[in-house]
Design a protein around this ligand. Structure first.
Ligand SMILES: *Cc1c(COP(=O)(O)O)cnc(C)c1O
Length: 404
């Protein structure tokens, strides 16, 4: 019994709000790092659902957690707590700096919670004029109106009327630009510990430590947006661990559910107390189904084998990209950390990242872009080495076509 009817890409234009421009391909199933479309064409997935599918598609541990919880209880709301939420929260607390967890459903929502908490904390502890948020140009924190205003691309927040106030932007990796803005009126600095959407930009050691120091000097909170970098992506459980800089608030989403929508805000008991009863909330946040899958993803990723594997697999990707570049001279730099890799197009190929992504898709490999001139790779953390080799061979074919 089914009332399914055939659908194709054309229907998108008929029935969907036109804020996206999806590819012509409609994938219908996936297994590990392979995906098949409606015509049963096979693709190797280096995109990972934008750094979400940390264990590839339909990982057995996640499928089993979903099925098991799916037969037990799906949803309660926060009028009651639930076992999966408590277990996942306990694991996040035991494995990070955090002492308290707030669950949300998306990266933007976890950042919204972080920003609201920082404001409450600052106003209650230090006074009503400590409200300034410092963030960074090219930063990305989501699409709610507060988070998109904190994000560093005005084009994304323009055109919606008056923006949330007291948000300013410094330059990433430029400590002087932060010094020029920060004061005792600063409530928090929100920063990605590696800019993802903004172009795969790692912070210098001096910069990120300097940002922590400036926050301490001015009693401002340091918020790390680890929505993209969290849960093993960089080879550490969280990127802050590899930087040796601990934030006051951290947000995590994307890979946290391995493909199931879930997010969390992590903080200390001292700061958490300012989100007291009734100050913030979410109907779905901490939903048992999401948390059960999140727990399975967390357990699977948080092992030395997977985390060390990220470093080894990243090297395979980098070696393959360098070999492609030796032949075709298209990249000026291969950068990033762990399995969040950016291949930066050189002068000759500026602005052609999207074109390369489409060419790669035509060869059977899914990639991402980070802006007009960077190809981004965010594959599964457990992608088989043979899939990396095969996918890179397909990617090379696409580059050969573009470069000829
Ligand atoms: C993807 C992303 C977000 C937004 O997450 P959504 O789930 O789309 O709301 C926020 N911050 C960073 C760093 C991201 O990469």
């Amino acid at each position: 019994m089914s009332n399914h009817f055939p659908v194709d890409r054309d229907l998108f234009n008929d029935v969907m709000v036109p804020n996206y421009a999806p590819s012509a391909v409609i994938p219908v199933r996936g297994k590990g790092s392979r995906v098949w479309d409606q015509q049963d064409r096979e693709y190797i997935d280096f995109a990972g659902g934008i750094a979400v599918n940390c264990l590839g598609h339909c990982h057995p541990a996640l499928v089993s957690a979903l099925k098991e919880q799916g037969e037990k209880i799906w949803h309660l709301s926060n009028v009651m707590t639930n076992e999966p939420a408590l277990r996942l929260a306990k694991k996040l607390v035991d494995n990070t700096f955090a002492e308290k967890i707030y669950f949300a459903n998306s990266g933007a929502e976890s950042n919204e919670a972080a920003l609201k908490l920082a404001r409450r904390w600052a106003i209650e502890v230090h006074g009503s004029d400590k409200t300034q948020i410092i963030a960074f140009k090219q930063g990305f924190h989501g699409r709610t109106f507060f988070t998109v205003t904190v994000g560093g691309q005005a084009a994304y927040s323009d055109g919606f009327g008056p923006k949330p106030a007291d948000v300013v932007h410094a330059e990433y990796n430029n400590l002087d630009s932060v010094k020029a803005l920060i004061s005792d009126k600063t409530c928090a600095i929100m920063i990605e510990p590696l800019q993802g959407e903004g172009g795969i930009i790692s912070p210098t050691d001096e910069f990120i430590k300097g940002v922590r120091q400036l926050c301490d000097q001015h009693n401002a909170l340091l918020i790390f947006d680890e929505v993209q970098t969290g849960v093993g992506r960089t080879g550490d459980l969280y990127a802050y661990m590899g930087l040796g800089v601990t934030p006051d608030i951290l947000t995590t989403a994307k890979a946290l559910g391995g493909g199931f929508p879930i997010a969390a805000m992590l903080t200390t008991t001292e700061i958490a107390q300012y989100l007291k009863i009734g100050t913030h909330g979410s109907t779905y946040g901490g939903n048992p189904l999401a948390c059960a899958v999140g727990e399975a993803a967390f357990d699977t990723v948080n092992t030395p084998e997977v985390l060390n594997g990220v470093k080894a697999k990243a090297q395979l990707c980098i070696d393959a990209l360098n070999a492609i570049n030796d032949k075709y001279n298209v990249f000026s730099e291969i950068r990033g950390k762990g399995l969040l890799i950016g291949a930066v197009l050189n002068e000759t190929y500026q602005g052609r990242a999207k074109e390369i992504l489409i060419a790669a898709m035509a060869e059977g490999v899914m990639t991402l872009v980070a802006g007009p001139s960077i190809i981004r790779f965010a594959p599964s953390l457990v992608i088989p080495d043979t899939d990396i080799a095969e996918g890179m061979a397909l990617f090379e074919k696409a580059i050969a076509k573009i470069a000829s």
